[in-house]
Design a protein around this ligand. Sequence first.
Ligand SMILES: Cc1ncc(COP(=O)(O)O)c(C=O)c1O
Length: 401
Amino acid sequence: MKNKKSPLSLHLATKAIHGLDIHPRTGSVSLPIHQTSTYRFTKTEEAVRFAEGDESVYVYTRYHNPTTDDVQRNLALLMDAEDAVLFASGMSAITTSIFSLVRSGQEILSTPSLYGGTYRFFRDELPKLGITVRYFDPYDLPELKKLINENTALVYAETPTNPTLEIVDLQKLVKHVHNAEEKLSRNIFIMIDNTFATIVNQQPFNFGVDVVVESTSKYIGGHSDVIGGVAASRKVITKRIRQTAKSLGGSIDPFVSYLLHRSLKTFPLRVEKQNENALALAKYFENHPKVKRVIYPGLKSHRYHRIAKKQMRHFGGIVTIEVNGGAERAERVVDNLHVAINAMSLGGVETLVSIPVYSSHVNMNDAELELHGVTPGMIRISVGIEDINDLKEDFNQALRV
Ligand SMILES: Cc1ncc(COP(=O)(O)O)c(C=O)c1O
């Protein structure tokens, strides 16, 4: 199978559907599922070739699978990356990529506002292996330059962040890291979790980032029915990631790869609609008497709207609101919704709501919540593709109960 050769320069929505020539021999329009754990050798000589490093010989699905390979190539095409590696979850993409690039004795510098799972991995797992994580203020980048030292292996950031939707200036971040690299005369990897923005709204590689990770359980999957993750980068880096993935074993199932491929076809279309609905809902909340605060990067009132405008095409499908009365009141609002569903996760076609102190930021003490900017009265809304009038009406009645 090959990348479709076209004399046209295709846009994202077209690439999402026609990215690859699928099965040129049989003419199958949809992607075949190679639901197999292992592969028959025609001759033992093939097993020997694999042992000698020939990656084109399929041997075992934890290492590689034709369906997954096609989806990875399609994702790489969409993400403008040399290569992409799929995983069994977003956390697997993040942890495996980090283990492949950082070793014991080295350190990671990260923005403090992170997905709770990533933060807990940094807090609970990495120190056991002798990897330190220190946090920098993304709005004081000269401080980051001061923190970078001989042991710094990786700079990690999420933008927009979960659930406070803070925006990290990618251009400035990369510039400061590159300046520090010059002084140290060695490379520091920059990894961005692009799950919230997605490649439809933000292209981190344009700013010189090394690795982009995304939970494909969210917008790429888009139907709240799969768990998966992707790490995209240059081939020299994905080679390391693939090698580590073989040992850690977080490989994606071929059927999930197939579902992701199916989802990719409507991915830009879905995200465009989610962008549109989220902006409309955020504007509606701005004038709602029962909403204490609305956070959405597309609003002029957002603290980092200027940076968001500079680096994002549109502003994504997540809106966070804060209500008076803390978690108790947030609970009442959420429990009175009829259209929006009270469920964790995000990025699906259906609107989901969650209370961060009970979901992404559970098991964090007050100081940690403050560090992440999370308050008990916050409700995170992952806006779906429903009719916007129904969403407005649903939130209006729930806020007034
Ligand atoms: C920003 C972000 N990154 C990573 C993850 C982890 O992805 P997964 O649940 O697919 O492991 C999540 C999950 O909620 C997330 O919101």
